[in-house]
Design a protein around this ligand. Structure first.
Ligand code: PLP
Length: 357
């Protein structure tokens, strides 16, 4: 049976990426050794590391005024690294649009005067606050937002324009749509949603922002530490960076991010249209703020939700359970999910609704 994996993260990887990694697992490029056992200082590995960075720069059109860092610790470590590196004046503003945004806001509070500019908690995070109504304070070091809210299925379609660097957690939407990197001071993302296995964190940081960390900032969390060493200050997650390189090659071959975005809009459109036209399924998010990557939905009852997840699993449609904090279902349809996977889900949803009306 063909299995489609709708997990929110770690999530599915493209078949051709996994096949290539499998083919080269024992002997990379006929070297007789695996990427998993290569010195991170070896010529073979440095070629992978360099190509991965160059491809990411090309795909996202990242200028020379930014560093691209390959780090560890997940996006969650950036919840601390960002304030520790940027709070030189001691003030930052946060917009809280979900679980991860809230965690980032809480971590930052340990290190300075952190204000909550806006929150969507009043409506259980089913919308994105209007960015034109956000009032940021004067003299802040940065503003932090979360562009795609993985659990609640919302996404920014317009960026705030503060008089301070904009820092963005793009974990669950990086490389899914065209983004103008120049609008951001820092973009960070865990790789396990849209790029590679868990263990790699990508940080794109404006060069002018790395020179003034708080004195207590640990060496390993200083962007300058890794920036000066090309992300090779200590052992990087080599195999993960290799897998990321394979994903970047694939995205380039598919026509780049503009082409991927079209496919993502098409896939998400199929699913939302089906849900909106059914009188059985519901998606709670304000239509204009709906995520292209994570689509939460419910049936008429929690009992039917549980039955849906269990029957879907038996039919090869796995990991459709919603996050424990919201219940229901969630289909994560990242870059690697083919259109067929979305159609297979819709077909199953039709049958399930028909049988349980
Ligand atoms: C998954 C996720 C995180 C947490 O990432 P880790 O790599 O597990 O720390 C943070 N932010 C967003 C938006 C996420 O989707």
């Amino acid at each position: 049976m063909k299995v489609y994996n709708y997990a929110a993260g770690p999530s599915m990887l493209a078949e051709e990426v996994k096949l290539e990694a499998q083919r080269d697992f024992l002997s990379y490029n006929n070297s007789g050794i695996s990427v998993t056992e290569m010195s991170h200082r070896s010529k073979l590995y440095i070629e992978i590391h360099t190509e991965a960075e160059a491809l990411l720069r090309e795909l996202m059109d990242i200028g020379e005024d930014y560093y691209v860092l390959f780090l560890q610790g997940g996006a969650s470590t950036q919840f601390e690294a960002v304030p520790l590196n940027l709070l030189s004046k001691g003030k930052a503003d946060y917009v809280v649009t979900g679980n991860f945004a809230s965690k980032a806001y809480k971590e930052a509070q340990k290190y300075g005067d952190i204000a909550l500019t806006a929150s969507s908690k009043d409506k259980n995070h089913t919308y994105i606050p209007n960015v034109d109504d956000l009032n940021f304070r004067e003299d802040i070091d940065y503003v932090h937002i979360t562009s795609n809210n993985t659990i609640f299925g919302t996404r920014y379609t317009k960026w705030p324009t503060p008089n301070a660097p904009l820092v963005c957690d793009m974990s669950s939407m990086i490389l899914s749509e065209v983004v103008d990197v120049n609008r951001f001071g820092i973009i960070y993302a865990g790789a396990q949603k849209n790029i590679a296995p868990a263990g790699l964190t990508i940080v794109i940081v404006k060069k002018s922002l790395i020179g003034n960390p708080l004195p207590i900032c640990p060496t390993m969390l200083r962007y300058s530490t890794q920036a000066e060493k090309g992300s090779l200050y200590n052992t990087p997650p080599c195999f993960d960076i290799y897998m990321a390189m394979l994903t970047f090659r694939r995205l380039k071959k598919l026509g780049g991010i503009a082409a991927i975005q079209k496919v993502n809009e098409y896939k998400a459109g199929l699913l939302y249209d089906f849900i909106d036209n059914s009188n059985f399924y519901k998606n709670p998010v304000v239509p204009a703020d709906r995520s292209l990557m994570n689509v939460p939905f419910t049936t008429p009852t929690t009992e039917l939700d549980a039955q849906f997840v269990s029957e879907a699993t038996k039919n090869g449609l796995v990991a459709l359970g919603g996050h424990r904090s919201v219940g229901g279902m969630r289909a994560s349809i990242y870059n690697a999910m083919p259109v067929e996977g979305v159609n297979a889900l819709i077909d199953f949803m039709k049958t399930f609704a028909h049988n349980n009306k």
